[in-house]
Design a protein around this ligand. Sequence first.
Ligand code: SF4
Ligand code: SF4
Length: 491
Amino acid sequence: MQQQTHSVPGGQALPTLSSYVHSHQVDDEVVALYHPFGHEVALVSLPVFDLLHRGDLQRVPSAIYEDLVARHFLVSEAWDRSVLDGYASKPIAGFFSLWLIVVQTCNIGCTYCVVEADTQPNTGRMTPEVAERALEVFRESLDRHRQPVAKVTLYGGEPLLNRPLLKHIIPKIRALSWAGQQAPIEILCFSNGVTYDEELTQCFLDHDVTVGLSLDGDKTINDQVRVFRKKQGTYDKVIASYQKYRAAGVRVGLSCTLGNHNKGQLLNVVSHFVNDLHAPSIQFQVPIQVADGSPNYLNMAVLARETLDAFELARSANVEEGLAMRRLTAFSAGRFHHRDCAAVGGELAVSTDGTVGPCHNATIGGEQYFRGNVLDEGFNPELLPAFMEWHNRMPINMPGCHGCSAIGLCGGGCPYNALLAAGSIWHKDPQQCGYMSQFIDWLLEDIWARYSGKPRPEARNWNTQAQRISSVGGQERRRAAQHQIPVTRID
Ligand code: SF4
Ligand code: SF4
């Protein structure tokens, strides 16, 4: 490697590699560096990485050194300490996503559900009065904040157990309008797919409702966990509904909960969804911790790579998978991803009796956050402490996340899972850190593959190799030293 030195103004300490920098070996001789402030990426040769790692900056070639300083890979300690101040984010005011929990019960008993099949609460069904008041409270908030776009999700339990309410409220949702509106309201109805109603399908079609059907894989996989109370599988019923919706022209996406039942099978799952079912969109759902544990629960650290491989497969067929996509969108836009779900800003969940809270799942296990009722006179949920607390729950406000290189893409995962698993929304979601670190590794490999034009089939063991190289050195470093790859900006 050509040796160069560069001048450092007298008396000034050399900068150091920011504690926010994440490094990952992406090829035999290449290490990719990433930091979250502007989502900067640099590609350096192994010898240069070694110099950076050891703090031997005088020997880093000048052009590389200057580029790394300019893009804040090399920073002063003071910069590192204060950088988050520039990324503070105000809590989101008002709502743009209304979730109507139209019924709390379900007609099947998935083995990983927060609602155990035998102990489902019977908290009634949402009435037209509650739904209409919820819509009005939501419209007032949209008006107040002149929201450009909005979405209403019909949810349960199984929402199709309250079909009269759906048929009543959907036309009213479609007719909703407010000051500042820039697009038609989006309407989504989740369903487990075991009930099908032709009249409701026509209603979905007439009012442009998208249906999100839950399916965890092919028949063998799905029927291990998504079962009726007597344990028979639901696959055949779901597929029959899916085909009818498609034939009728209703837009349908598939929602796939991850877990032990589909671990090791996700490529087959995506292939089934894309090639056999021609699904236009897929959403992986991260498993959450249920009260008594679930045999299907799996930590995302174990599944992350597989979900990303599956994402790639879906992407190659032009099918969107949301879990990875929303972070890639933030990365591509250079946007700091403060929140990963609307419960941290923008969501108004209304339970069957009209009480409101920040997360549609937290009606079970997060009851303390459901306060106030849409039926109350002059009700304004924006002023409730629960929303104020949840809307501040971002990694930027969580000391345990400061210094994390994933802080600009993470969004903090699921506060509800943190609540169930660790007793407070302010704890880290135990699903998140393992996933994020592997997401960034995968992202850097993806960037390198695009930049170099090389496929990345052997990428799986690079991380281990990088650790060995940086801690042991030796032959690999000397071999790598024969190749110099300049720092490169990837736009
Ligand atoms: S807190 Fe968790 S369960 Fe609730 S909306 Fe967010 S991601 Fe979903
Ligand atoms: S939750 Fe984990 S991955 Fe996310 S910002 Fe915090 S420490 Fe980083």
